[in-house]
Design a protein around this ligand. Structure first.
Ligand SMILES: [Zn+2]
Ligand SMILES: [Zn+2]
Length: 745
């Protein structure tokens, strides 16, 4: 018998191994096996197929050993892996690598999983008696601690106490404890504890829904009678989460599992708290900041007889072994972080979630205040159902959105700061009322560019074709593509003058400016630089919620679905930079970001004000934002998309070719484009140099395929594979790197 297995390697999809006779009765699909590969290597592989057809090559190797006594990957998961590999043109090995927690893929025969232990302290009754009256009298501190422990054990009807808990005792000190341990009055033991074991949490009933929420909830259920996917288009602060809570409760009552997807880890804390209050220990959290062992434990629990019933997580939680999935919720479905950029598989978690639900016969809810053009189009054309929630929850009014024309203000010499006079006044007012302010700028660092005022020289990254950003706090120039850092030159290296000046403003400069204008206020900054440490992000959010911060300055990180109660003013600085990308989605992303950012203003009794600073206020996107006019925005976009052959009318595939030699990168890309044109004709565009033409020493060339809807994915796939094979025949292009980005963002 033979097994086709998936190896965590990007070369080919499947490898065939012989199954030793002894393993034949035990092995099955979805089991992990250790297989030899190459001269001396071993890998953990997953069995995809078992059959009796001997492969062509004669020196077929045998499976070394079997790891599991039950499958760790189920049938629906394998179907999902195969679909991702097929649709996103990525090797099955890459999908396997992304799906399974790394500690479940021991490369050598050693298991890397280490159980977690906790130290417990207990009383040694004999010694305790021996010491009780006489000896301990002289050690007052030890006696006091011992009394406190005895009291705790009696009160809790237990025999031991964890060392962690002991630290909170008033008489505790490390030396007192070690004194008692030395005398053997206390003993310590290590006990293995599951990472997932936590105390039983008290839970509450879901809150009753408001009239509007109830309508939406019924609407979604009605929609599911006919469609498997429903788009919930609800205004910011519409109370979508409570609708989700009711849907989840309904599914759990039917004995089903629910997957709740979020675009960012940063959002999980706030949401998890709300869901845990209702679902307690039935809910598990899964994302990349959870360590490898813990992820493996969650995986094993999902395979067990008592799996989590609700999983909250980011895109990788799609890969967990669900047993009876009934519903997938994709919140903030428009967020681009649902798309994996690097490494392969470059899948879109929203679209993959719809597929996952399909394999389980489950339903999907996509939720957003600013749906993606694709999802809204799918809803209008009947592929998805559509439920709209137009009222904000609790009678909260929509914020008042004003546009400040910074070009005009500059002309009249009224722009004396990064902030317009109106915005400054609004901030002052809101500080007086003890309300909070959020200011957005979508560039981190101090200045996007520094340049020589004499000869226009600008510093560039040595590894990438991109100018460096000046970070003042660390006094370095930083490449935002490869994170290389450089010293700031004192003189211009080109003309030797002391003439280097920062141009443009990033979040760091905005923070400095805000501190200058409001020296007595508490200001914090949130961007990739300020949130690098573990849970720094959570800390800033927490401090802002507790009103320890009055003005929060940050990048778009801040706009994503966070709920704050006391924000009165939101300012969007240099809004034009959101719209001026050379990208067909720039307006869509700009509209979404501004609308979402505006949605952070005004809660409960506070009416909010949003100020958008623009030098080009005539851009129609601004009137869609100020008018809260999603439909207008959508139809304007749709007309353009149709005219210029973009999604949702056409599918895009970006073919990326990289080489360390620029000449070879050019030649390989041109040759490949020619090969593709033979069968795809005018659908092939390029090759082009992207805006950043070199990253990390590799020169990049891109070919764009615009494929009308209805073309067969299989045919496209075959065409691409054939062209790639032909390209590789030329020894000149042997070292060219090639990859595909399907439905790029
Ligand atoms: Zn770089
Ligand atoms: Zn110069």
């Amino acid at each position: 018998m033979y097994a086709d297995v998936i190896l965590p390697l990007p070369f080919s999809d499947l490898y065939t191994y012989a199954i030793p006779a002894a393993l034949q009765p035990e092995i099955g699909i979805g089991y992990r096996v250790i297989v030899p590969f190459g001269s001396r290597k071993h890998y953990t592989a997953i069995v995809l197929k078992i059959h009796r057809e001997p492969p062509d090559n004669l020196d077929i190797k045998e499976i070394h050993s079997l790891i599991d006594s039950h499958p760790v990957v189920n049938e629906q998961q394998l179907r999902l892996w195969e679909w991702i590999s097929f649709y996103y043109l990525s090797p099955l090995g890459d999908v396997y690598k992304a799906a399974l927690p790394s500690s479940m893929k021991p490369r050598d025969l050693l298991q890397t999983y280490t159980p977690r232990t906790e130290t417990f302290i207990q009383i040694n009754p004999e010694k305790e008696k021996e010491y009780s009256d006489n000896l301990l009298r002289r050690a007052k501190k030890q006696q006091a601690l011992l009394e406190e422990i005895k009291h705790f054990l009696t009160a809790n009807k237990t025999e031991r106490i964890s060392k962690k808990e002991l630290c909170g005792f008033s008489n505790f000190s490390a030396s007192t404890l070690s004194g008692l341990l030395k005398k053997k009055i206390l003993t310590d033991i290590c006990i293995e504890t599951s990472r997932l074991d936590s105390d039983k949490m008290p839970v509450r009933e879901p809150y009753p829904l408001s009239g509007h929420q109830q309508d939406a909830y019924i609407g979604i259920n009605n929609c599911f009678l006919q469609k498997s996917t429903c788009l919930l288009h609800g205004v910011t602060s519409g109370g979508k989460t409570e609708i989700y809570v009711h849907l989840i409760a309904q599914l759990l009552a039917e004995g089903k599992q629910v997957l709740f997807l979020l675009p960012e880890i940063a959002l999980t804390t706030q949401l998890t708290k709300r869901l845990q209050a209702v679902f307690g220990n039935r809910l598990g959290i899964y994302h990349s900041r959870i360590n490898h062992n813990e992820r493996a434990e969650i995986w094993q629990k999902m395979l067990s007889a008592q799996p989590y019933e609700v999983i909250v997580g980011v895109r990788s939680s799609l890969f967990l072994p669900f047993q009876r999935l009934g519903l997938v919720i994709v919140d903030e479905e428009h967020e681009s972080s649902y798309k994996q950029q690097d490494p392969s598989p470059r899948y879109h978690a929203r679209d993959t979630a719809v597929m996952l639900a399909h394999f389980f016969g489950a339903k999907t809810v996509l939720g957003s205040a600013t749906p993606s053009i694709e999802s809204y189009y799918n809803a209008l054309t009947g592929k998805y159902g559509l439920v709209t929630l137009t009222e904000r929850f609790n009678g909260v009014t929509m914020p008042d959105i004003q546009i400040e024309n910074t070009r005009e203000l500059r002309r009249r010499k009224k722009m004396k700061s990064l902030l317009s006079p109106v915005l400054i006044e609004l901030i002052e007012q809101s500080l007086k009322e003890n309300k909070q302010v959020i200011l957005f700028r979508n560039r981190r660092g101090y200045a996007p560019i520094i340049a020589c005022s004499q000869c226009e020289w600008t510093p560039k990254c040595k590894r990438c074709d991109v100018s460096l950003t000046y970070h003042k706090k660390v006094n370095r120039l930083v490449c935002h593509y490869c994170n290389s850092t450089y010293r700031v030159p004192e003189k211009c290296p080109s003309c030797q003058q002391m003439s280097l000046e920062p141009i443009g403003q990033g979040t760091e400069q905005l923070e400095e400016e805000v501190l200058r204008l409001f020296p007595d206020s508490k200001v914090a900054r949130m961007d990739q630089d300020s949130t690098r440490g573990k849970d720094r992000f959570g800390q800033i959010i927490h401090d802002f919620q507790q009103r320890k911060i009055q003005i929060l300055v940050g990048t778009q990180m801040l706009s994503k679905g966070l709920d704050f109660e006391h924000v009165k003013v939101v300012g969007i600085i240099s809004a034009d930079s959101l719209l001026n990308h050379p990208d067909f989605r720039a307006h869509e992303h700009g509209f979404q970001l501004m609308t979402q950012a505006a949605g952070r203003a005004g809660r409960k009794q506070t009416a909010g004000t949003v100020v958008i600073q623009s030098a080009d206020p005539g851009n129609p996107i601004y009137s869609f934002v100020t008018g809260n006019n999603y439909a207008g925005f959508f139809h304007a976009q749709l007309t353009e998309r149709k005219l210029f052959h973009y999604p949702p009318f056409y599918r895009l595939i970006r073919v990326v070719c990289k080489h360390k030699d620029p000449g070879k990168a050019d030649k390989a890309a041109s040759h490949l484009a020619e090969l593709l044109r033979k069968s795809l004709h005018e659908r092939v565009l390029g090759p082009n140099k992207p805006v950043v033409g070199r990253i990390q020493l590799f020169y990049i060339r891109e070919i764009l395929l615009k494929l009308e809807n209805g073309l067969s994915t299989q045919q496209i796939r075959d065409t691409l594979k054939k062209a790639e094979m032909n390209l590789r025949l030329d020894p000149d292009f042997k070292h060219a790197m090639l990859y595909y980005d399907v439905d790029p963002l």
